[in-house]
Design a protein around this ligand. Structure first.
Ligand SMILES: [Zn+2]
Length: 60
């Protein structure tokens, strides 16, 4: 199960710091998006979650 969402740069950094497993799927330069975490219109990118620890297995 995966989910896509838009995140601004500060929110994405905060989530990564918390250990969230997600990858950037789309980034459009100079286009503002509405962050799904803080609700503000800022520059950012679209991210997708990859089903928790499943990502670890793929690496091996
Ligand atoms: Zn945000």
């Amino acid at each position: 199960m995966s989910d896509k969402f838009d995140l601004c740069v500060p929110c994405a950094a905060a989530l990564f710091e918390q250990g969230s497993r997600m990858r950037k799927v789309r980034e459009v330069p100079n286009v503002k998006l509405t962050c799904s975490r803080c609700g503000r219109r800022r520059y950012g990118a679209t991210y997708q979650t990859d089903g928790g620890t499943a990502l670890e297995g793929k690496k091996a």
